[in-house]
Design a protein around this ligand. Structure first.
Ligand code: SF4
Length: 488
């Protein structure tokens, strides 16, 4: 079995994680014997393979329990909230968010290759191959269209592409479909609806910047999407549209940090997913030192509007081609949780209306915006104009919105968010490793005073290597302002 995986994926360290996930798929976990065999075959030390096996929860190394990828294994904020946990004494939470907070899978409504082609899909790829000078126009349009990254930082896309073109070495393109943010499922929705829209944009990027290698890096928990993407990639390859381009579908290892650009690249290289200090940025030195372009699914999909792809009423996800449309993952105590495409959202409370209103006779207690290190917005602020909240510092991040009611305990919610950050810290740097653990415990049991928590917040914000630790520090600062000392 291991040999057939190595045959398919290649006998190299790069395939280490994917081979281990293959073994896990078939056996439920990776055993010590499997680990020793892999070390021998890949000419790695046992310690190197052990380090990788234990860095990724999804490898399930040494476990006698099969790894669970479905939502029934979830014990994170939204699932626990809906089970009534917000009024319980269980603050810790163990099962990681599976990105199924809306309880729905839409893979049966996917637009397939022929339908996408019939609607004009991939014609830009054909044109680019026939008219190489079109590259300059696309680059110019991306810059003047102010396309920005949709992974929470709004980084200008055109700037990234230009940096890669200016860098030395053959570029690599990565579609980051490892959507691991708490209560976020928008990229899942896009891939369930129109995977070829994402692949089209990735192919355009590869042609414009001159890449010959494209990775699609999918969240391991999105098992149903693995088949969807496998088929979509096979169709594109068979059509000849990707000639000259190697496309590999890889899975992440079940850790939130795998979605961080440099950790993702480490994972593709068969190493533990640990972020590294920047510079150098991936655009200068990424995958095996090559300049590497990483965008998430939504960023790629929206680029289609740049080369004229239009909104199609029969394919709702194409509303994203309107730059003014925002995509939210709405979950929690609402009647119709799910992805919500909204243009010009006036207030956060309006999101609750978009989701069919509150469940039962609940009143709005507030909304957690922006994921695990996001902001707990109390009900009284949910009617304030959204632009005012943004101007005063609210960050929407990747657009997750967890709605809670008037009875839900805000301290419990904050403790769950902190628990997520502590669990998902990769542990590489102590401000984050120690800080997130102390923070989660303190919010849960009130063991630290505000002054100590303030120090902790500053240490995490200023001395952590990556955004997880830095944002955890900012989150703690907001929690200190939100909760009175006696509640901490
Ligand atoms: S900040 Fe946290 S997640 Fe990031 S490198 Fe440090 S320990 Fe790892």
């Amino acid at each position: 079995m291991i040999e057939s995986a190595l045959d398919r994926l290649g006998v190299s360290r790069d395939s280490l994680l994917e081979v281990m996930l293959d073994i896990r798929d078939q056996r439920g976990s990776v055993s010590e014997a499997g680990l020793l065999y892999l070390a021998d075959r890949l000419r790695l030390t046992v310690a190197e393979v052990y380090e990788v096996a234990t860095a990724y929860p999804a490898v399930n190394y040494g476990s006698i329990e099969p790894y669970r990828t479905e939502a029934d294994g979830c014990d994170d904020l939204v699932c626990a909230l809906l089970r009534g946990g917000a009024n319980s004494h269980d603050h810790a939470g163990r099962g990681v968010c599976r990105g199924r907070c809306d309880g729905v899978s839409r893979a049966d409504s996917v637009r397939v290759f022929d339908e996408f082609r019939a609607a004009g899909g991939y014609s830009i790829v054909e044109r680019l191959r026939q008219e190489p000078c079109l590259k300059d126009r696309i680059l110019q349009d991306i810059g003047s269209g102010n396309a920005v990254g949709r992974a929470g930082t709004s980084f200008p896309v055109g700037h990234k592409w230009q940096k890669i073109i200016a860098a030395s070495g053959e570029p690599v393109v990565i579609v980051n479909a490892d959507e691991g943010e708490l209560a976020t499922f928008k990229d899942r929705y896009i891939l369930e609806s129109d995977p070829h829209g994402v692949l089209e944009a990735a192919l355009v990027a590869a042609l414009v910047i001159g890449a010959r290698q494209l990775f699609v890096y999918l969240r391991d928990d999105y098992v149903h999407l693995h088949a969807v993407l496998r088929r979509a990639i096979d169709e594109v390859v068979a059509s000849g549209l990707a000639d000259g381009l190697q496309i590999d579908l890889r899975r992440s290892g079940g850790a939130y940090i795998c979605g961080e650009e440099t950790a993702l690249i480490a994972s593709l290289e068969g190493r533990p997913a640990r972020p590294r200090e920047r510079p150098p940025y991936p655009t200068e030195q990424g995958y095996h030192g090559h300049p590497t372009l990483v965008h998430n699914v939504e960023t790629f999909y929206r680029l289609r509007g740049i080369w004229g792809a239009a909104l199609e009423p029969s394919v709702p996800v194409t509303a994203l081609l309107d730059p003014e449309a925002a995509l939210f993952s709405v979950s929690g105590r609402v009647r119709q949780p799910g992805p919500k495409l909204v243009r010009g959202l006036p207030t956060l409370a309006a999101l609750v209306d978009e989701a069919g209103g509150m469940c039962d006779s609940d009143e709005l207690g507030g909304i957690v915006v922006g994921g695990a290190a996001g902001t707990i917005v109390p009900a009284r602020l949910c009617d304030v104009p959204l632009q005012e909240l943004i101007a005063s510092g609210l960050r929407l991040g990747t657009g997750s919105a967890v709605v809670f009611n008037q009875h839900d305990d805000i301290r419990w919610i904050a403790a769950r968010m902190a628990g997520f950050l502590a669990r998902e810290s990769c542990g590489q740097c102590s401000p984050c490793r120690v800080g997130t653990t102390k923070m989660a415990r303190a919010i849960s049991d009130g063991s630290l005073d505000h002054a100590t928590l303030n120090d902790l917040s500053v240490a995490m914000s200023e001395a952590s290597i990556c955004a997880l630790g830095r944002n955890a520090g900012k989150f703690l600062a907001r929690v200190i302002r939100t909760l009175p000392e006696r509640q901490l």
